[in-house]
Design a protein around this ligand. Structure first.
Ligand SMILES: NC(=O)c1ccc[n+]([C@@H]2O[C@H](COP(=O)([O-])OP(=O)(O)OC[C@H]3O[C@@H](n4cnc5c(N)ncnc54)[C@H](OP(=O)(O)O)[C@@H]3O)[C@@H](O)[C@H]2O)c1
Length: 184
């Protein structure tokens, strides 16, 4: 069975969006990011993806099939599925999960088989994964910028102490990639 990896890109001051809700500053060059060995490795090892409804709504839902980096089953956590099911294809399917993050991770694990489940955000779903002990690893791509406002990854994070073990550190001019194992 694969791992459950929770990961997001954030600014040095801890924001995962700017004050207008945009992630553009955190992803200045999508093409370079897509071609990076780190993302290519993540694509190869990911068998299913979990995301929150707001992260799902970052793009046109019908544009995911064939274009999104992870062409695998996607599990979207929401209280109410959209009225119209988005376009699927090429291995990418959508399942709208209405009974919580643990259920989404369980279903994603089953779909991923031996590969990993990648939880791509947003902040709410990543926090719940950590709080409920669902994530094996936390991956943070820290960009060298101060956004000064927006949505903080851990703004409302409350709960028991969670210890992390640093298992990977890549330093590049435009990202410090931190890889932590969640201690149980
Ligand atoms: N920097 C990055 O790497 C990155 C990556 C991904 C996303 N983002 C950004 O993060 C922002 C979204 O983060 P977010 O924290 O606001 O939202 P989110 O985690 O993406 O989604 C929250 C939504 O998911 C649903 N949800 C969450 N927990 C649930 C539960 N236990 N049961 C049922 N439904 C549940 C609810 O949807 P309903 O209201 O539909 O019920 C809730 O409103 C977006 O602005 C996006 O651009 C950044």
């Amino acid at each position: 069975m694969g791992k459950v990896i929770a990961g997001m890109a954030m600014s040095l001051d801890g924001f995962v969006t700017d004050r207008h809700g945009s992630v553009a500053a955190l992803y200045p060059d999508m093409e370079a990011m897509r071609n990076s060995p780190r993302l290519q490795a993540a694509i190869a090892s990911t068998g299913a993806v979990v995301m929150g409804r707001r992260a799902f709504e970052m793009g046109d839902p019908d544009s995911y099939a064939g274009a999104y980096e992870f062409q695998v089953p996607l599990f979207v956590v929401t209280h109410a599925p959209p009225a119209r099911h988005p376009k699927e294809g090429g291995g990418l399917t959508f399942t709208f999960v209405t009974d919580g993050v643990a259920s989404a991770v369980r279903q994603a694990r089953a779909a991923a088989g031996p590969r990993d489940v990648t939880v791509v955000g947003g902040a709410s779903v990543i926090q719940q994964c950590l709080r409920e002990g669902l994530a094996d690893e936390l991956h943070l791509d820290v960009r060298p910028l101060l956004l000064g406002g927006g949505l903080r990854l851990f703004e409302t994070f409350e709960g028991e102490l969670i210890a992390l073990e640093l298992i990977g550190l890549d330093q590049e001019p435009l990202v410090t990639a931190l890889r932590y194992r969640v201690q149980r």
